[in-house]
Design a protein around this ligand. Structure first.
Ligand code: F6P
Length: 324
């Protein structure tokens, strides 16, 4: 391996910059050149790139977002788009890629790697934590800390006004942000797509809840079947008009901000592992951390959404025990 291309793709996540820094510094350490592509796969197709050196990644470990920018590329889903990308890589003599992103990023990487027999290693960069083959994804810890910071503030005002708050957090197809942050804020109920719960379940819980506590927080994952926080709010308000119900959608604040130390260190370790993996001959895998060990998981396995272990009945029971 002589020249690695690097890109960030899909939704950004805090810690992506720390991962870029680690990849660039590890490559230089092992005498490999690095080319940074802008806006994910769009950069490959448009040949929009720049050489990267030690200095180009200085002073970014603490910054949210991604200095390489990101996009969800529709062109890369086409045969022609991928062909152009391959020709551009060949012309630049780039012989391997490191892609940082989530399931969409790895789905694209998997198709491309097989079509052109091109070595790619992925790094899990998504706030959703919904990949198999890593205990945590880069950005998840920062995002859940942003959520608990926001919900702690909501709790203050909820308590003062005796209000019921429905708070929607991100996670289009995954409830892992809702699950962990919900436990962290002491939510009274959590609605996530992985569990067979519904508004009925929340109604049941409210009926059996402590009568001496009027303020309550219900965390709803964006992707839950209940249809989002406003829908849940409407149903609860109509069923329990005596509750003063408010809805708060946290939105994209969850994707920004300084990465936590956990995310910086995870990104740093994984970035170095990705480069070392390519050198050792790893291909078409995601580098992940499981039980403190660095492991590599094939893309098609990493993108299998629901990790049953992550959303086990133990977690759901924990919520039942602790709420109300
Ligand atoms: O995949 C990360 C994520 O933040 C999801 O949780 C969310 O549903 C989605 O991205 C939002 O994407 P966008 O910023 O394109 O609206």
């Amino acid at each position: 391996i002589k020249n690695i291309g690097i890109l960030t793709s899909g939704g950004d996540s805090p810690g992506m910059n720390a991962a870029i820094r680690a990849v660039v510094r590890a490559s230089i350490y092992y005498d490999i050149e690095v080319t940074g592509f802008l806006r994910g796969y769009e950069g490959l197709i448009n040949d929009d790139c720049m050489p990267m050196d030690r200095k180009s990644v200085a002073n970014i470990i603490q910054r949210g977002g991604t200095i390489l920018k990101t996009a969800r590329s529709e062109n890369f889903k086409t045969v022609e788009g991928r062909k152009t990308a391959y020709e551009n890589l060949k012309a630049r003599k780039i012989d391997a890629l490191i892609v940082i992103g989530g399931d969409g990023t790895f789905t694209g990487a998997n198709v491309f790697a097989q079509e052109y027999d091109f070595p790619i290693v992925g790094l899990p960069g998504t706030i959703d934590n919904d990949l198999v083959g890593t205990d945590f994804t880069i950005g998840y810890d920062s995002a859940i800390n942003t959520v608990i910071d926001a919900v702690d503030k909501i709790r203050d005002t909820a308590e003062s006004h005796d209000r019921l708050f429905i708070v929607e957090v991100m996670g289009r197809d995954s409830g892992l942000i809702a699950l962990r942050s919900g436990i962290g804020v002491g939510a009274e109920a959590i609605l996530i797509p992985e569990a067979n719960m519904g508004v009925e379940d929340v109604l049941h819980k409210l009926e059996h809840s402590r009568k001496d506590k009027a303020s309550k927080i219900i965390i709803v994952a964006e992707g839950d079947d209940a249809g989002g926080a406003f829908k849940v709010g409407e149903i609860l308000q109509s069923k329990y008009p005596h509750y003063d119900t408010k809805v708060s959608v946290l939105g994209h604040i969850q994707r920004g901000g300084k990465p936590t130390c956990m995310d910086r260190v995870l990104a740093s370790r994984l970035g170095v592992s990705a480069v070392e993996g390519l050198i050792k001959g790893e291909r078409n895998v995601m580098a992940g951390q499981v039980n403190k060990e660095m492991i590599y998981t094939p893309f098609d396995h990493a993108i299998k959404h629901i990790d049953a272990e992550k959303v086990s009945s133990t977690w759901l029971k924990l919520i039942d025990i602790l709420s109300f």
